[in-house]
Design a protein around this ligand. Structure first.
Ligand SMILES: Nc1ncnc2c1ncn2[C@@H]1O[C@H](COP(=O)(O)OP(=O)(O)OP(=O)(O)O)[C@@H](O)[C@H]1O
Ligand SMILES: O=P(O)(O)OC[C@H]1O[C@H](OP(=O)(O)OP(=O)(O)O)[C@H](O)[C@@H]1O
Ligand SMILES: [Mg+2]
Length: 291
């Protein structure tokens, strides 16, 4: 490819999770040192670190061809970009994060209407203003540079609109959530002109497919086991039916090898049941990609 794809990697909360996901997808991104242009082991891609908050602005203007950022910041800027794919991971988990309205735990405010005339501190100013305007609730929205939860404790705001993933920060400041205004996860977005360029589009689609494949694989494992012919129906019966299991006969014996892909979360309950049903020599293998 003579034109390299300019790819924005989010600097900050999503950085480590994103670099790890690319590694599992087949690309090594090296962000060591102070350079904001990390190396990548693919000479058709040029990486740039960019704050998640301004990624969609840079993708819309074409400074970056494609990038990863949260749905929240795309919504905040109402950016006109092509959303290539939803990638459901956050800073520490493979789940979406939530933007919530929170107040002091002992506050008498319990509904959005109770916030009429109050001061709200947030990093997501435009989205928050639009949210309350659409509900005809008058609030004074003040921009926060961060450490937003502290602003209720120190009396600088009556309420906050803040992102939460594990709720640790909410709990640490004795706050209560009174409303969820948005769920957010990472998205791969593309500049609309770059998306019309066949060469760039093919590269972006390759990245989207492999990132998804690695995310799907994270939730699944492969189970293999040996089963005597007489127990085969019982064992196959208790295997979750994601896909039909592969059953192959073992050389010169009346035993079979059974292989299937199951959700990681069911394995600890499934293995004892398989043993009881007559399976032996069970092995579990991690998967790198599922396409
Ligand atoms: N647990 C999380 N906490 C904060 N942001 C998260 C979390 N999980 C995912 N995100 C996403 O990360 C993006 C914000 O990341 P970014 O690092 O740029 O801001 P930040 O976390 O406020 O950075 P910092 O506080 O270090 O300046 C948003 O799109 C947000 O949805
Ligand atoms: O629900 P939790 O798992 O606790 O995560 C949410 C917290 O993480 C982020 O803080 P960040 O590290 O970005 O600090 P900041 O407030 O200074 O931006 C976010 O702003 C919340 O405070
Ligand atoms: Mg922050």
């Amino acid at each position: 490819m003579d034109k390299k794809l300019k790819l924005g990697i989010p600097k900050g909360s999503l950085q480590n999770a994103t670099v790890n996901l690319f590694r599992r997808s087949g690309w090594k991104i090296n962000v060591e040192g102070r350079s904001y242009f990390p190396d990548i082991d693919d000479d058709t891609i040029e990486c740039a670190l960019c704050r998640a908050q301004e990624m969609s602005i840079n993708v819309e203007s074409g400074v970056i061809d494609a990038g990863l950022t949260g749905l929240d910041w795309i919504a905040e800027h109402e950016s006109d970009v092509h959303v290539v794919t939803d990638l459901v991971y956050s800073k520490v988990s493979a789940r979406p994060a939530r933007w919530v309205v929170a107040v002091a735990g002992d506050s008498e405010m319990n509904t959005l209407e109770d916030l009429e005339g109050k001061t709200i501190s947030t990093e997501l100013v435009k989205f928050t203003k639009r949210f309350f305007e659409s509900r005809h609730i008058n609030v004074n929205v003040k921009f926060s540079w961060g450490a937003t939860e502290a602003k209720i404790v120190s009396g600088l705001a009556d309420a906050i609109v803040e992102i939460t993933e594990t709720e640790s920060t909410i709990r640490a400041h004795n706050l209560k959530v009174i409303h969820e205004i948005m769920q957010t996860n990472t998205q791969l977005i593309a500049n609309k002109t770059a998306w019309q360029d066949p060469v760039k589009r093919e590269k972006i689609e390759q990245i989207a497919m492999l990132l998804q494949a690695a995310l799907v694989a994270e939730k699944l494992v492969m189970l293999k086991m040996n089963v005597p012919e007489s127990k085969l129906p019982d064992v196959v019966d208790i295997l979750p039916s994601l896909n039909a299991p592969t059953v192959a006969s073992l050389y010169q014996s009346d035993w079979f090898s059974v292989e299937t892909v199951v959700e990681n979360s069911v394995v600890r309950d499934l293995v004892p049941q398989l043993l009881k049903a007559g399976a032996e020599g069970i092995i579990e293998c991690a998967l790198n990609k599922v396409i």
